[in-house]
Design a protein around this ligand. Structure first.
Ligand SMILES: *[C@@H]1O[C@H](CO)[C@@H](O)[C@H](O)[C@H]1NC(C)=O
Ligand SMILES: *[C@@H]1O[C@H](CO)[C@@H](O)[C@H](O)[C@H]1NC(C)=O
Ligand SMILES: *[C@@H]1O[C@H](CO)[C@@H](O)[C@H](O)[C@H]1NC(C)=O
Ligand SMILES: *[C@@H]1O[C@H](CO)[C@@H](O)[C@H](O)[C@H]1NC(C)=O
Ligand SMILES: *[C@@H]1O[C@H](CO)[C@@H](O)[C@H](O)[C@H]1NC(C)=O
Length: 521
């Protein structure tokens, strides 16, 4: 019996009919928490506890609801308990010193007296224990560090590290791992850990999971290090501000799960703002997506998502997973020992291959416009069907398209290319191909944020990437995700995404390439 939706979707030769046997699935839950604002200013421990209790009460209720639906693991968002925008000192009432689970085995629920000042840890542990599920939450950790005269010491001058931290509790309440966020996003209250922490934990129902937090998803450490070690399931508390049209929350969560061929359990906070609000959580596998994204004007409230998903951990599955014909063939031609989606595979898709086309597409005039703070080179799609190319240096994007302007028929679309280093929201090197619906009718609006579209488009989008790490997404009107019909990477770096028969208007279709190796240049 198949309890999750298998979407018709193929990666190279592997038409994904990989079906786990009945018992190699588990039930995962994520909770999008509506942030509860606290009083301003530095709070006493007591006042901070009173503020956090409001969220912990909701966590307790939601854990009970998740457990009723059979959830075996539940993920809560980053900053969900205390909120964000703290300074180094204003967060102090919220901090607890989280003992290192690699050094000592501690169940805060059954042994609350062992460590002082650990009320939040105790409650989270009891929530896991009472509801008999693995619980992942995010909180603020204070670790005293030795003040050293050595200027290269990473211990801050006040003699303490403050870390943005995930904690994981076993279903009996035992604290199993903690993880300190590596890639901070303008978080004045927190320190970067002295070394990247590559943390995994084992579960009896699905094997191994890796851990990361929010902005980490865009960087090599710990995320890609985990994936390249064969970790295929990731828990992901986040507090993500949407940056359409390339870095929407659910858009990038989906893209990462597909690009890395992993399961991602993503819990975001809900926080409406005039621009760049936070919402968008989901349970993503390479085959399915169960997600939630609030629409403009929706009441500000939390949302629990629960889904049954296949176990992807290759070690846990051992021999127990049935594979079907076709998959064996695909595996025999790939080096995907771990199933990591980054493995290069031979192309089997050349019927419409641009390099086999008899002539180059006609020259189209390009223009520049800003998209998520980067200067993209664009060409307009000014016919109802055709082929266009746009390059930024030697990095080129190619598009074959056919679209049917809908409704008012007044929507402008463009194809953009960017190769360079993004430096506004942090620093990361990119190669991106994106089809976007322009926000208005002027070319200068191409790349601006837009949430809705009426025009559907059949397309084949391709880029000659200088990286194996390419994250594909198709975002339709009003935050609906579509599963790309066909994705393929060739040995020479070309990545192709083909899609048709959209259910809604196209907002963005994107191949987001990360050039991790250039980040520090
Ligand atoms: C906890 O705090 C109390 C009161 O300050 C102190 O007496 C006790 O020794 C502390 N316990 C631990 C385990 O640090
Ligand atoms: C993704 O993982 C599945 C198994 O979980 C495997 O069958 C498939 O070949 C992988 N795809 C890629 C592109 O590596
Ligand atoms: C599309 O743009 C090209 C280049 O500017 C121009 O020659 C052509 O007339 C345009 N086509 C339409 C249908 O506007
Ligand atoms: C790529 O585009 C940027 C503008 O976004 C431009 O400054 C740069 O020169 C382009 N690179 C090449 C090699 O064309
Ligand atoms: C798209 O829809 C058309 C018409 O309904 C159908 O003939 C075609 O097979 C569909 N293509 C795919 C890939 O589903």
């Amino acid at each position: 019996m198949l309890l999750f939706v298998v979407v018709s979707f193929s990666i190279t030769l592997a038409v994904v009919h990989t079906r786990p046997v009945v018992d190699s699935t588990y039930v995962a839950a994520v909770y999008e928490h509506n942030l509860i604002p606290g009083p301003l200013g530095p709070l006493s421990r007591l006042a901070a506890l009173q503020h956090m209790q409001k969220s912990l009460d909701i966590y307790e209720e939601q854990a009970a609801r998740a457990a009723q639906q059979g959830a075996q693991i539940l993920v809560f968002p980053e900053d969900g308990i205390q909120g964000f925008d703290f300074s180094r000192s204003s967060i102090s009432g919220y901090l607890e010193t989280i003992p290192d689970p690699q050094q000592e085995s501690w169940n805060p629920c059954t042994e609350p007296g062992r460590h002082n000042n650990t009320e939040v840890l105790q409650q989270l542990s009891c929530i896991a224990r009472r509801n008999n599920l693995y619980l992942v939450a995010n909180m603020a950790d204070l670790q005293p560090c030795p003040l050293q005269t050595d200027p290269s010491s990473s211990c801050p001058s006040d003699g303490r590290w403050q870390f943005n931290t995930n904690v994981v509790f076993r279903s009996d309440g035992l604290l199993v791992v903690r993880y300190h966020k590596q890639n901070l996003f303008f978080e004045e209250a927190f320190d970067t850990p002295p070394q990247p922490e590559i943390i995994t934990f084992e579960t009896p129902f699905a094997g191994r999971f890796g851990i990361m937090i929010c902005f980490d998803i865009l960087f090599h450490d710990p995320t890609i290090t985990l994936v390249e070690k064969g970790v295929r399931q990731l828990v992901y508390p986040t507090a993500w501000f949407n940056h359409l049209p390339l870095l929407g929350s659910i858009q990038f969560q989906r893209a990462f799960s597909l690009g890395a061929n992993v399961t991602l359990l993503a819990a975001n906070i809900r926080k409406d703002k005039l621009t760049h609000g936070s919402t968008g959580s989901g349970i993503y596998t390479p085959f399915s997506a169960t997600y939630y994204h609030a629409q403009r004007g929706d009441p500000e409230e939390g949302r629990l998502l629960v889904a049954r998903v296949p176990v992807l951990d290759p070690l846990w599955m051992g021999q127990s997973v049935a594979t079907e014909e076709g998959v064996v063939r695909a595996e025999s031609t790939s080096s995907a020992a771990t199933g990591s989606g980054f493995c290069q595979q031979e192309s089997s898709f050349d019927s419409h291959h641009p390099e086999t086309a008899s002539s180059d597409p006609p020259f189209s005039p390009t223009f520049f416009s800003t998209m998520v703070y980067d200067h993209f080179t664009f060409v307009l799609l000014n016919k109802t069907e055709g082929e266009v190319n746009v390059c930024n240096g030697t990095f080129c994007c190619h598009l074959q398209y056919r679209w049917s302007p809908q409704g008012s028929g007044k929507e402008l679309y463009a194809l953009g290319a960017f190769a360079g280093t993004h430096t506004t929201l942090g620093r990361f090197a990119l190669q991106v191909c994106a089809i976007v619906r322009c926000a208005g009718l002027d070319v200068s609006s191409c790349g601006q944020e837009v949430e809705e579209a009426e025009s559907k488009m059949d397309f084949l989008l391709e880029g000659n990437f200088g990286t194996r790490y390419v994250y594909p997404s198709v975002l339709a009107s009003k935050f609906v995700l579509e599963q790309p019909e066909h994705l393929e990477r060739a040995a020479d770096g070309r990545v192709t995404m083909k899609h048709s028969n959209m259910s809604g208007g196209l907002v963005t279709a994107c191949l987001y390439g990360r050039m991790y190796h250039l980040d520090n240049e």
